[in-house]
Design a protein around this ligand. Structure first.
Ligand code: HXC
Length: 259
């Protein structure tokens, strides 16, 4: 499929796909078409048995500076209701394979929300995270008030959302928003390194484990525990579980086939 605003490599490294947001002049502002392309690319990579982990990145200057303000400027509430862009975001969230955001430069508004919609974030030391919507008379709409608060706690989330202040990669690391911070020239390599660790594991248990961790966000503890338990049992229906445990007993490296 031909995309206008993203670049996709389904075999960037063995079992690792990469999606690059590609509107550099606009700091990768997320217009509606870009989001639809992202949804389509993720759905197709999710179907591809060869892919075990997906990286979403931008460029050194920007992961994404938010939703496209020029496209939103003249819209009414009813226009937005009809466009229903959050259906696209919901689909992205439903991607079964793990997604790592490799972030350098600006990750603002919808850009920060997109990074948080991914499962892990590797940041360049030049990364800047923020929810500056308040400065343009709106507020976060793609999960910012919820995911940021869960990630960094009420105090910092409230300050970021109410004042629009940006935080550095280092602050984001301290606050628990990102997994790793590395030098700018290394952030993509570091994301690949993390992805490689994930691709060594059984794709089946990775899928079930991701689903279970996410459940912690949208359920009470008891419901989450039952959900986790069912997915734990499900792992034992896989050949990968037998292989993983046999390999441990035989003191060798497991070979996971996703079966
Ligand atoms: C449209 C954008 C944009 C955006 C930058 N650009 N961000 N266009 N939507 N979100 C464009 C600029 O208009 C400019 O185009 C070019 O990219 C370069 O940006 P500059 O402002 O000249 O760069 P700089 O001075 O370095 O400032 C960088 C910046 C600033 C601090 C990131 O661009 C900025 O504040 N951007 C907006 C950030 C923001 O408010 N994001 C939240 C959006 S609302 P021209 O043509 O002039 O060269 C949102 C809601 C999400 O995300 C909820 C629903 C999905």
């Amino acid at each position: 499929m031909n995309y206008e605003f993203i670049l996709v490599e389904s075999e960037y490294q063995p079992h690792i796909a990469i999606i690059r947001l590609n509107r550099p002049k606009e700091l990768n502002a997320l217009n509606l078409q870009l989001m639809l392309e992202l949804k389509a690319a993720l759905a197709s990579l999710d179907e591809d048995d060869n892919v075990r982990c997906i990286i979403i990145t931008g460029n050194q200057q920007a992961f994404a500076a938010g939703a496209d303000i020029k496209q939103m400027e003249s819209k009414t509430a009813i226009d937005l209701l009809k466009i229903d862009q959050f259906e696209t975001w919901d689909q992205i969230r439903k991607t079964k394979k793990p997604i790592i955001a490799a972030v350098s430069g600006f990750a603002l508004g919808g850009g920060c929300e997109l990074a948080m919609t991914c499962d892990m974030i590797v940041a360049s030391e030049t990364a800047k995270f923020g929810q500056p919507e308040i400065k343009i008379g709106i507020m976060p709409g793609a999960g910012g008030t919820q995911r940021l608060t869960r990630a960094v706690g009420k105090a910092l989330a409230m300050e970021m959302v109410l004042t629009g202040k940006f935080i550095s990669a280092e602050e984001a690391m301290k606050a628990g928003l990102v997994n790793r911070v590395v030098a700018e020239e290394l952030y993509l390599d570091e994301a690949v390194k993390l992805a490689k660790e994930v691709t060594q594991m059984s794709p089946i248990s990775i899928r079930l484990a991701k689903e279970s961790v996410l459940k912690a966000f949208d359920s009470g503890l008891q419901e989450g525990l039952y959900f986790e338990r069912k997915n734990f049992y499900m792992c034992f229906a896989s050949e990968d579980q037998k292989e993983g445990m046999q390999a441990f007993v035989e003191k060798r490296k497991p070979k996971f086939e996703g079966k």
